[in-house]
Write a protein that binds this ligand. Structure first.
Ligand SMILES: C[S@@+](CC[C@H](N)C(=O)[O-])C[C@H]1O[C@@H](n2cnc3c(N)ncnc32)[C@H](O)[C@@H]1O
Length: 369
């Protein structure tokens, strides 16, 4: 293994091939304009250095960069002393540029062609970097500036992976440094009573310590997106604030936050079919010791946790209630009442989880271009 002093000496002298110019990119990818790639590149190394700094020290680390494109952020990762850099890129047109970079780099660079949305990271990193969940995070980082239509559903997917300690998180509490549309980033970190507080805030903060890093003005990107971009850092928590399955929490949070400005009692009632909605909604409120007239944005994570446990207690009495979804019931609410032998139908919960992603996409207009 290379020591950190050696790495910084090596990287400060290293000559990397220059970043392709805009003209090169257009010529290389046979485009009339860079816009056609639907990508927004960071071609200023001072900014990519700042972005990588948000990950903290990466000296001697294994870094997986998702969506490296022509390698602007990759250069900063190399210069900051990473020991091994793994690149996951979907667009084959970037491969020649990345290969040139890999040949000149003083550290190991592995270039993988693939779609990060379905990429299996279970065996991606070295065994020596594996840590137990309760230890300090491993010296493994995931960094990326992806298109928003990828980064938004990806973080929801990865939160689920974090909750089950699977995918990259079977190596321990691997940290993430990712870019998002500024408004989305503000929602990730929004505290109780903040107008930005939403189900995304609760989901992120239940499994991770989330910090808002720098804002990168749209003008720093080429082509320039219509929105500003923010860097968010996620460090998985040793213990989730609500230690219940991802799907159950997601369902409760989605239903309660559906009427963000309405009283909680309305959203909580919607967890149950019409004939018992009022009665069971009140039972949740009483068990969870929540004020019925409080609003979802006012709920702390522990309060949401008490709502989840109350919901679970009621559904465990009649497991068919787990299947109930007020948006999909279509007048058949009574079908969800008595069925003590029924098992939890996780597929319907899974479908709902996907709607969180879809809703966000339409809600936010998240394409950069
Ligand atoms: C916004 S560009 C950023 C490129 C570079 N990181 C930068 O900051 O200049 C996004 C990059 O992610 C890649 N990408 C998009 N979707 C991807 C996916 N599903 N899996 C892997 N890479 C993806 C694109 O091909 C592109 O190279």
């Amino acid at each position: 293994m290379v020591g950190s002093a050696q790495i910084s000496r090596a990287t400060s002298y290293v000559r990397l091939p220059p970043l392709p110019s805009i003209k090169d990119l257009i010529r290389l990818y046979k485009l009339r304009a860079l816009r056609q790639l639907s990508q927004n590149f960071l071609l200023d190394e001072r900014i990519t250095n700042k972005l990588v700094n948000q990950a903290g020290s990466i000296k001697g680390a294994e870094v997986c960069e998702v969506g490296p494109g022509p390698g602007c952020i990759t250069r900063s990762i190399i210069r900051k002393g990473a020991e091994k850099v793994i690149l996951i890129e979907k667009d084959l047109r970037f491969m020649p540029t990345l290969k040139l970079l890999a040949e000149a780099a003083p550290c190991e660079i592995k270039i993988l062609h693939g779609d990060v949305m379905s990429f299996n990271m279970e065996n991606l990193f070295s065994e020596e970097n594996r840590r137990n969940w309760l230890e300090e995070p491993p010296n493994i980082h995931i960094i990326g500036n992806l298109p928003f239509n990828v980064s938004t559903p990806l973080i929801i997917r990865w939160l689920k992976d974090i909750s089950y300690r699977q995918n990259a998180w079977n190596y321990g509490r691997v940290r993430l440094t990712l870019t998002f549309q500024k408004e989305f980033a503000e929602r990730c970190v929004a505290k109780v009573e903040s107008p930005e507080r939403c189900r995304l805030s609760v989901m992120c903060q239940n499994w991770c310590s989330v910090s808002y890093g720098l804002t990168i003005p749209g003008a720093a990107f080429l082509p320039r997106p219509k929105v500003d971009v923010s860097v968010v850092r996620f460090t998985p928590l040793k213990y989730p604030l609500i230690p219940l399955p991802f799907e159950l929490i997601e369902k409760v949070v989605r239903t309660v936050f559906a009427g963000k400005k309405k009283y909680c009692i309305n959203g909580i009632g919607n967890l149950f079919p019409q004939p018992v909605r009022e009665k069971l909604g009140e039972e949740v409120i009483n068990l969870a010791e929540i004020k019925p007239e409080c609003r979802p944005v006012d709920l702390t994570v522990p309060e949401i946790g008490r709502i989840c446990y109350a919901y679970k207690e009621i559904c465990d009495r009649n497991p068919k209630l787990y299947k109930y979804n007020h948006r999909q019931a279509k007048g058949k609410d009574a079908d969800f009442l008595e069925d003590p032998d029924s098992e939890v139908d996780s597929s319907s919960i899974e479908e709902e989880f996907d709607t969180l992603v879809d809703d966000k996409e339409t809600e936010e207009g998240i394409e950069k271009n």
